[in-house]
Design a protein around this ligand. Structure first.
Ligand code: GLC
Ligand code: CA
Length: 590
């Protein structure tokens, strides 16, 4: 925790750690991570030095989309615990000075949500159907979908129900989109925000924040022209019928009133895959207050792309009129950064395609250079964590975990590989969602079904036995045997591990933080094309400035005189110069 955490605007410079609860820590031995597991690991989170945890959905769900298909927004999935467990977890977090952020999914419910069940039962034209988007089909007997819009997970975005009407789902068919023109929906979510706020939650991550308003009277995609595909969410101008429409902001202004009923006001961050110059609209103080900047998550290990990510991130905070920048390298939707940086880098934002293709072929198409991936992941963390604003870390990133590309098809949980259009052309997002390794000694044996994976133990993810003495179930997604080298207890004793590097980095960061973390409190330094360098005032009495230098080029870079080294991502060369793919933090006299 940093001192800033006692301020009302703690979030402006917070280090937020994302927990994917089903894969974090299992205390009861059913192979599924639980809320009590988060409580159990609060000491670990404290010593890592984070300010807040964000929990991906832990609500009752059929898991059609990893929990992003919510059956009941105001409860805990019984497989993950109880409301009592949640309250205890919040208490433990707050005692440790850690804020708690929960994930709200307002674009769609589960098809098992009571609203949707009512809608099916009530039939055409009913008030219950108006909470969703039901339409008659085209064609002689309404046998064709109402329009040609496609689901983001592949296939038509419409599903037909028994009485012949169709409902809209931008994601899986088990995730019907709600109708944000219906007042019941507004009430339902306001109630949800108050419920979690009353249970001590400090903030909210808003899922698909750029998607809530849609223009169903719009033309078909064919008429709109080729650039209006559903997949291409980010390159639009507010005219796309599905994404980033101006009306969406009215919803957030209304929510802001609810957040401000609390003292301190509740925090919110938007997941909005919009063009960089639209991000700030979501981060306005009258709306959600902060927005994810995914440019680092999308960028190759490439100096130009990284530089753009920095400048755009700073720019969007400036335009928001009160927010701060956010820096995100990975999350539960993206192949792990250490793997991305160790795969071939191809210019122009194709890095996801490279990783996706590599995962599809079970990690065989390209060589994953792990040493290089780790080296770059360390440098990237130093580049990002020194910037003004807030940092998001995805569980396992601090262990330097790599993507697990070769999970067998029949063990996958993510729905995306199996959607109509994708149809086994992608393996989806499970490779970054494998349960964490905690203890190296609790080593599984090679699995009977694939010797690369383990069974019979779980690197401490689950206890050895359940309460009744029976053996714990295997983790819900299989762990590869190489996870042993990344177990948290092993890394804790290794001074060179990613875990020790992350905690040292976060400790240094906390000491350097100035009060505001203002986007203006940074000067970009020109040290040549292949170097990203900046300086910021340091929060010490001696008027020092803090300097970060990251070298992407082959030529070693001389460091400025009058500067002492705080830490480096890799050893300097014999002349004290910064080598390629390395980064350094310095304290300099002005
Ligand atoms: C967000 C989530 C993703 C989920 C989708 C639909 O993008 O991060 O995991 O599949 O929304 O809810
Ligand atoms: Ca469990």
């Amino acid at each position: 925790m940093t001192l800033n955490n006692t301020r009302d605007d703690w979030w402006k410079q917070a280090v937020v750690y994302q927990i994917y609860p089903r894969s974090f820590k299992d205390v009861n031995g059913d192979g599924i991570g639980d809320i009590a597991g988060i409580t159990e690991k609060m000491d670990y989170l404290t010593s890592l030095g984070i300010d807040a945890i964000w929990l991906s959905p832990f609500y009752p769900s059929e898991l059609a989309d990893g929990g992003y298909d919510v059956i009941d927004y105001r409860n805990v999935d019984p497989r993950l615990g109880t409301m009592d467990d949640f309250d205890k977890m919040v208490e433990a977090a707050h005692k440790a000075g850690i804020k708690v952020i929960v994930d709200i999914v307002p674009n769609h419910t589960s098809d098992k949500h009571r609203f949707f069940k009512e809608a099916l039962k009530a039939g055409r034209g009913s008030a219950a159907r108006d909470r969703y988007v039901f339409r008659e089909g085209r064609g002689k007997n309404g046998e064709l979908p109402p329009n040609d819009w496609q689901s983001l997970f592949g296939g038509p975005a419409w599903e037909r129900v028994n009485d012949g009407q169709w409902y809209f789902h931008i994601f899986a068919k088990e995730q019907p989109d709600v109708n944000w023109k219906n007042p019941d929906i507004h009430e339902e979510f306001k109630k949800t925000f108050r419920f979690w706020s009353d249970h001590g939650t400090d903030g909210f991550r808003i899922d698909v924040a750029h998607g809530l308003a849609k223009d169903f009277d719009s033309k078909s995609l064919e008429e709109l022209g080729r650039e209006y595909t559903v997949q291409d969410q980010t390159n639009h101008d507010g005219l796309n019928p599905m994404w980033d429409r101006p009306e969406v902001h009215d919803i957030y202004k209304e929510w802001r009133q609810v957040f401000n009923e609390y003292n301190p006001p509740r925090f919110a961050v938007a997941e909005a895959w919009v063009r960089p110059d639209h991000q700030h609209l979501y981060a306005s103080p009258d709306e959600l207050g902060q927005v994810f900047n995914f440019e680092f998550a999308k960028a190759n290990w490439d100096v130009d792309e990284m530089r753009t990510a920095v400048t755009e991130g700073l720019q969007s905070a400036k335009e928001s009129g009160g927010s701060t920048s956010t820096w995100v390298m990975s999350n539960h939707d993206i192949p792990r950064n250490a793997s991305r940086y160790g795969l071939p880098q191809v210019k122009a934002h194709t890095q996801h395609q490279i990783a996706t293709d590599w995962i599809l072929r079970n990690g065989t198409t390209y060589i994953e250079n792990r040493e290089l991936g780790t080296r770059r992941a360390r440098a990237a963390a130093m580049l990002e964590f020194g910037l003004p604003g807030s940092v998001y870390i995805y569980q396992g990133e601090e262990l330097g975990l790599f993507e697990v590309p070769n999970i067998p098809w029949d063990r996958l949980e993510d729905p995306t590989p199996f959607r109509t259009l994708r149809n086994f052309t992608e393996k989806g997002r499970d490779g970054c969602r494998v349960p964490l390794p905690w203890t190296a000694s609790d080593e599984p044996r090679p699995a009977s079904w694939d010797k690369d994976f383990g069974e019979g133990a779980s690197f401490g993810f689950s206890p050895a036995t359940r309460q009744d003495g029976s053996a714990s179930a295997d983790p819900h997604l299989p762990q590869p045997l190489w996870f042993k080298d990344f177990a948290a207890d092993k890394e804790a004793t290794d001074p060179d591990s990613m875990l020790n590097f992350y905690s040292k980095l976060l400790k240094n960061r906390a000491q350097l933080l100035t009060a505001t973390g203002d986007h203006d409190s940074i000067d970009m330094l020109d040290m040549g094309h292949d170097v990203i360098a900046y300086s910021r005032p340091a929060a010490d009495a001696d008027g020092h400035s803090f300097v970060n230098i990251t070298n992407f080029g082959a030529a070693p870079v001389a460091l400025p005189a009058n500067a002492t080294q705080l830490m480096a991502s890799a050893d300097l060369d014999a002349d004290g110069k910064l080598l390629q793919d390395a980064s350094v933090w310095l304290l300099a006299t002005k």
